[in-house]
Design a protein around this ligand. Structure first.
Ligand code: NAP
Ligand code: MG
Length: 406
């Protein structure tokens, strides 16, 4: 059979440790036999980032802007231990942080649902996708410990030199603490547009929530910016797509999420997103079944798995021991990127291949063939634990069958 052709290259960002091993296996076993794969390859392994003084990360982000779609392998964010392990020139920044800053993007995380791995919340039938605003608030704050007898004020020097002050608290009766934080209209607007675009892309409702009744200026600003952008740029597009934008208070949102069936995008302020994304990931089953996509306000997409490089498994692999590492989220990063490439290029064959790849992956697990992490969770009666490579070969068998019967 002739291989599927691609019009435009995909930006391919290779990474580290066990996920780098899985990356090559996915390409060799599942993609290259069926697709005439065109990629612009960037090696984001820590070794190569160090050799290039991290320039390769910046170049890969620039290429993503140019081509519109990227797929990224998990990468090491160096810490003190990695400085010694890899003999690094510098403690290079998180590649994801660098790429996100260049693309001005928002990260959306969605769980992959599969029969046998049941969410802890019985009403959840469809994925809940979380969008976390990744700028400001408590993550860029200034804090102080305040001594009794002090008076704390918020003070802003305006462009004309005048100063506006407002009392935070008169600490007459006790020692205490204060915290100053900020956000930017430009960042909130980018976040809002990325969320509205992604909702249109997925044809799913968008929920957003803050505590605007208590925070009448700060949180209210988020609510107002979302509403203004929705009314002026997205109202009609949403109506055409048959989806809605829904705003509510954060506590009401949490209660509704638990009672819901799922199947929507939940936009969260930075802290809410940090906390709620861990809750959602755990409640749906496993971090290894969570995909992640970075979407820029001008519609550039970068797909990856939400988990890291699975270091413990990599060291076993290096010692020649068998591993049973879950490749599903990395696989879905590839299928997501190939489908988006197909949509943008108008190549339906590529989109159909992405669908088939996902279908074959889920069918493998639903047939009871799975890696150790899922084996521990699955409620299927007949299940078998397989190693990293066998799982991918089993997916490959089902993929070929789906393609042959299409
Ligand atoms: P991790 O790689 O996500 O792994 C944490 C643990 O979760 C693993 O040890 C494993 O548990 C389990 N796990 C995660 N993914 C799995 C999979 N696909 N299959 C089976 N089990 C899986 O997180 P980490 O150990 O904190 O971080 C390792 C490295 O990854 C760090 O250098 C960090 O900087 C990097 N990281 C990168 C990204 C990214 O590029 N997006 C994100 C997070 C972390 P068991 O060991 O119990 O089997
Ligand atoms: Mg968190």
């Amino acid at each position: 059979m002739a291989k599927i052709q691609m019009k435009t290259p995909l930006v391919e960002m290779d990474g580290d440790e066990m996920t780098r091993i899985i990356w090559k296996m996915i390409k060799d076993i599942l993609i290259l036999p069926h697709v005439d794969l065109k990629t612009e390859y960037y090696d984001l392994s820590l070794v190569h980032r160090n050799e290039t003084d991290d320039k390769v990360t910046v170049e890969s982000a620039e290429a993503t802007k140019k081509y519109g779609v990227a797929v990224k392998c998990a990468t090491i964010t160096p810490n003190a231990a990695r400085m010694t392990e890899y003999d690094l020139k510098e403690m290079w920044k998180s590649p994801n942080g660098t790429i996100r800053a260049i693309l001005d993007g928002t990260v959306f995380r969605a769980p992959i649902l599969v029969k046998g791995i049941t969410p802890y919340i019985p009403t959840w039938k469809k994925p809940i996708c979380i969008a976390r605003h990744a700028y400001g608030d408590v993550y860029k704050n200034t804090e102080m410990i305040v001594e009794q007898g002090s008076k704390a004020e918020l003070c802003v020097t305006k462009p004309d030199g005048t100063v506006e002050t407002s009392l935070i608290h008169d600490f007459a009766k006790s020692d205490g603490i204060i915290q100053g934080m900020h956000n930017l209209d430009s960042s909130i607007s980018s976040f809002a547009r990325a969320c509205f675009n992604y909702a249109l892309d997925r044809k799913q409702d968008l929920w957003f929530a803050t505590k605007d009744t208590i925070s009448k200026k700060y949180d209210h600003r988020f609510k107002d910016i979302f509403q203004q952008i929705f009314d002026s740029e997205y109202k009609e597009k949403f109506a055409e797509a048959g989806i809605t934008y829904f705003y509510t208070l954060i506590d009401d949102a949490v209660a509704r999420v638990i009672r819901s069936e799922g199947g929507y995008i939940w936009a969260c302020k930075n802290y809410d997103g940090d906390v709620m994304s861990d809750m959602i990931a755990t409640a749906f089953g496993s971090l290894a079944m969570m995909t992640s996509v970075l979407v820029s306000p001008d519609g550039v997409y970068e797909y990856e798995a939400a988990h890291g490089t699975v270091q413990r498994h990599y060291y076993k692999h290096l010692k020649g021991e068998e591993t049973s590492t879950n490749s599903v989220a990395t696989l879905f990063a590839w299928s997501g990127a190939l489908r988006k490439r197909g949509e943008l290029d108008g190549t339906p064959d590529l989109c159909a291949f992405a669908d088939a790849l996902e279908k074959a992956t889920l069918a493998t697990i639903e047939d009871g063939v799975m890696t150790g992490d899922l084996y521990a969770l699955s409620t299927l009666e007949n299940k078998t634990k397989v190693n990293t490579e066998t799982f991918l070969r089993e997916v490959g068998v089902r993929l070929s069958k789906i393609i042959r019967n299409a």
